[in-house]
Design a protein. Structure first.
Ligand code: PBG
Length: 322
């Protein structure tokens, strides 16, 4: 059927018609809000390059979590800024580490909330790399053991989902094994299966003070030029026991999200990262873009591309709009 018999504009005439045939509908239940936890008491510091996003001390977390819940956002992911860093990232798996305390606090005060934890070492190492350095390189297999201990310590604290973001080979399997050995077979793994070596992480590295002191992450994170490799990465993680596959960043990698959606039947997550948030916020602050509309459009497009779950610093703002 062709024009004039078929007129696509017929179903666009008013909001009732448009919403009747809308293909993609975003709900707050699909959003995960990333939260940065910092040492100290009664602290709430705004991150300069991420207006509206704060680092919170453990005692301020429950209030934040309750606000999320009231908005229909039932899920947060925690990132930690430890008191001290060292070469082997001991703070990542300390039983009384910042994340372990944060998870306990949240599970205690806001038990209805689902809590994910980022499992990585870059926030805890003095050199800022995501693993153990050996002869000038991040040693994959030496790092696995530390990651597994970290994931286990998060599970012991009460985490519902652990999310390894380090990009070491074999870490999902290692984490699954240690969790199962300790009877945490119900703790899920959301793997950062396809994480690119992206400049869009800039503001996060300020927020979490985790930029590598020397070199970059291209030896372990993926080359932005590669798409087929994303399938190999995701296949490995599925075989090793990942429950949710994540693509990161989101907006510049919508093709990858779609590819994973078509190839796998696992839930797909996408992380709209700090730089994506910062650029939309900056343009809106200058009056160059309508902040609310670009937020909604960017998140809708990530969902439309195939992400079931979206990690975004806009989670609360978006939920308010929905
Ligand atoms: C830790 C980690 C990073 C992000 C999430 N986990 C930083 C990095 O890999 O450099 C980035 C999140 C964001 O930019 O919002 N490895």
């Amino acid at each position: 059927m062709m024009y004039p018999d078929y007129r696509p504009r017929r179903l666009r005439r008013n909001e009732n018609l448009r919403s009747l045939v809308r293909e993609t509908v975003l709900t707050p239940a699909r959003l995960i809000y990333p939260v940065f936890v910092m040492p100290g008491k009664n602290k709430r510091e705004e991150i300069p390059s991420m207006p509206g996003v704060f680092r919170l001390s453990v005692d301020r977390l429950a209030a934040e979590a309750k606000e999320c819940r009231e908005l229909g956002v039932n899920h947060i992911i925690l990132f930690g800024l430890p008191e001290n860093k060292d070469r082997v990232g001991s703070g990542a798996h300390a039983a009384d580490g910042i994340i372990q305390r944060a998870v306990k606090e949240l599970k205690n005060k806001v038990p209805e909330l689902t809590v994910s934890t980022d499992v990585c070492m870059c926030e805890y190492t003095s050199h800022g790399h995501c693993g153990i350095i050996h002869e000038g390189e991040v040693d994959n297999d030496a790092t696995l053991e530390v990651l597994a201990r970290t994931a286990l310590s998060h599970a012991k604290a009460g985490a519902d989902i652990v999310a390894p973001s380090d990009m070491m080979d074999g870490r999902v399997g290692e984490i699954r094994t240690i969790l199962d050995e300790h009877n945490f077979d119900q703790v899920a793994i959301m793997s950062y299966a396809v994480k690119y070596a992206s400049a869009f992480y800039g503001p996060f590295r300020d927020a979490a003070d985790c930029a590598p002191q020397e070199g970059d992450r291209r030896g372990y994170q993926m080359d932005p030029a590669n798409a087929r490799e994303a399938l190999r990465e995701a296949t490995l993680d599925v075989e090793e026991g990942a429950d949710i596959l994540m693509v990161k960043p989101a907006m510049a990698y919508l093709d990858i999200i779609r590819m994973l959606r078509d190839e796998f039947d696992h839930p797909i997550a996408a992380y709209q990262v700090s730089g994506e948030y910062a650029m939309l916020k900056a343009a809106a602050a200058n009056g160059w873009l309508d902040g609310e509309q670009v937020m909604a459009e960017s998140l809708l497009s990530i969902h439309r591309a195939g992400a079931d779950v979206i990690l975004t610093y806009f989670a609360k703002d978006m939920a308010r709009l929905l």
